[in-house]
Design a protein around this ligand. Sequence first.
Ligand code: BEZ
Length: 255
Amino acid sequence: MAGNPKGDRWDSALYDDRHAFVWQRSADLIDVLNPQPGERVLDLGCGTGHLTAQIAARGADVTGLDASASMIALARQNYPKLKFVLGDARRLEFDTPFDAVFSNAALHWIPEADEVAASIAKSLREGGRLVLEMGARGNVGRIRKALESTLDARRVPYVNPWYFPDAAEYGAVLERNGLMVRAAEEFDRKVMLEHPEKGMREWLEMFAGTWLEPVPAAEKRAVMEELEQRLRPDLWDGAAWWADYRRLRVVAVKR
Ligand code: BEZ
């Protein structure tokens, strides 16, 4: 999950404890990958390694790679028998090409999409496949709008670190970097957040840290309350918080 190359802001233990839906809800992507015994697979942005382990369980020779040292440390602790390496998706350096590259919820952290696509293409053998899921255009749209409105109103300068392309845009990125798109789909996935009361706050703290970093310390609590207030009508159902996820899934093959 954590492909964020701009420093390690991940609390991997909290991620595993409270945000397991990120990998649990995408577990069927492994069926799309359909890893075969002995195949060399790269799990790009492997996070804490749970999907890497599911790929390994199908008999593939899998390597998990993540830009976050904290994620890699926990992945190694979770699955000591598997291979995990720290690395940058924009600059993959492997001596032997992979049969497949798999990626879940990582590539939307890296706006340099052409660099990533070229790097993936370089790491695949001819005919090798890429199977990915990431945020699609409009992903967490209400949350993003609330962040923009709240921070604009307070004149807090912010950076949007998220890259959520639609299928046409991302397909073009892959095609111009040597990957032929075989299938692409976008779909909504509403996700119930783990903690009934604190769910949205915990989600924002985990995933919107870059947006909230410039908020002065004295204003942080008020900003969080304002965000919850703006989001409540759409994303609180009276018992739980929800996130308005929208996903992009792509299968592509190296030319
Ligand atoms: C996602 O997995 O869609 C996501 C991750 C971080 C921030 C926003 C969305």
